[in-house]
Design a protein around this ligand. Structure first.
Ligand code: GLA
Length: 388
């Protein structure tokens, strides 16, 4: 639903009148800095135009009534006094999780009627769950007349992913969804949550996202495996230097001497993380000079590292990246998000967007049976109050 339709659907579901407001929360795509967030490293995501919307109205009692435009038969009702536990996988876990987490933090809430809708693909690696979680958080806070810093919202929403959705994610998705700035990428230090907003000039560069349509069902366990492998690698570096607290503290120069200490696979996982942190900081330096071609080179190197060292790509993602690089005006492309499926992201001159979109649409289907879904976007703002 778009914003007027979300507003109308709210009135149809819960009746008209009273102070109805809308919160929007965007999806995200990561330009570079992949599988670094849970190693205390650096990431460079943008918030994208597709979004989750929550139309809501405070209630005078302590009941939470929620409906979802996508699942009209699933109504959620509970009281702020209820003991809230995770249920089977569903959007409603995020509503229960945010409520329970806020209450446990001592953040007092009041009841709401709320209708959730979305223009964001679900399960494509564009952080639809972080968008949903942050949107619910912002709606509940606003209904209660409260405000807390975006870093705290992101931390609480990450906790909800861990405890109510069983997803052991890092902090990147929640931070960019909560705190992105229009026409800027966000360099995030995932150790301190310090942010630097880096301008992206929409007249000179656009972001094209192509969804491979490959389901990411296996990603859950593989993601946890990579986290374990990183922790295993960390212990080898810590034997050499106890000051090292995370792979973030390992410099590229420390890699070769440590290679013989550890199993080959673990070494490659560490080499990805260490080199990816360096590439991410270098990409920011180049973006500050509007040097998009060289940022693109780093994105392609990031993809190769994720494919060969970290082993989280998929043939479909490799194909989309390789085909993207055939088109003149495409600066760089790489898989984005957790991997094993989901999307690629390309950094493109605005004049080349149509060529790239047509090319991927024509080339992909004969090999993989369906066209990719294409999204063209500029960097948008993090979650905010939207005018209906
Ligand atoms: C998923 C997680 C993020 C991050 C990426 C990989 O999207 O939710 O926290 O770890 O994978 O960069």
């Amino acid at each position: 639903l778009d914003r007027p339709a979300a507003f109308a659907e709210f009135e149809r579901t819960f009746g008209s009148g009273g102070p109805i407001a809308i919160i929007r929360a965007p999806g995200r795509v990561n330009l570079i800095g992949e599988h670094t967030d849970y190693n205390d490293g650096f990431v460079l995501p943008i918030a994208i135009e597709p979004e989750v919307l929550i139309a809501f109205r405070p209630r005078t009692d302590s009941l939470i009534h929620m409906a979802s435009a996508a699942f009209p038969d699933q109504r959620l009702k509970f009281s702020l006094q209820d003991a809230l536990a995770p249920g089977p996988p569903s959007w409603s876990n995020y509503a229960r999780g945010v409520t329970a987490t806020f209450i446990a933090e001592g953040i007092s809430l009041r009841g709401v009627d709320a209708l959730i809708s979305s223009t964001l693909l679900v399960g494509a690696g564009l952080s639809s769950s972080a968008a949903l979680c942050v949107a619910i958080a912002r709606a509940l806070l606003r209904a209660a007349g409260r405000d807390i810093p975006p870093q705290q919202i992101a931390r609480l929403c990450q906790h909800v992913e861990h405890e109510f959705a069983g997803v052991p994610c890092g902090i990147m998705d929640q931070m960019i969804v909560a705190a992105g700035i229009e026409n800027h990428a966000m360099l995030l230090d995932c150790r301190t949550l310090e942010m630097q907003h880096v301008p992206l000039d929409p007249a000179r560069v656009q972001i094209l996202i192509a969804n491979s349509m490959v389901s990411r069902e296996l990603a859950g366990s593989a993601y946890a495996d990579r986290r374990r492998e990183c922790n295993e690698g960390l212990t080898f570096f810590q034997r050499r230097d106890p000051q090292i607290k995370a792979l973030r503290d390992v410099t590229p120069a420390m890699l070769p001497p440590a290679q013989s200490d550890m199993p080959e696979t673990i070494f490659r996982r560490c080499r990805h993380v260490v080199s990816e942190n360096a590439r991410t900081l270098e990409a920011v330096r180049l973006l500050e000079q509007n040097d998009y071609p060289r940022v693109g080179v780093l994105m392609c190197q990031s993809h190769a590292s994720l494919r060969d060292d970290y082993e989280v790509s998929a043939p479909q993602l490799d194909f989309l990246v390789e085909e993207s690089m055939q088109i003149s005006g495409v600066h760089g492309a790489r898989m984005t998000g957790g991997g094993f499926g989901g999307c690629i992201v390309a950094l493109v001159h605005p004049d080349a967007v149509k060529n790239l979109s047509d090319h991927l649409t024509n080339e992909y289907a004969p090999h993989f049976g369906n066209p990719p879904q294409i999204i063209v976007t500029n960097a948008t703002a993090g979650a905010s109050v939207a005018s209906p």
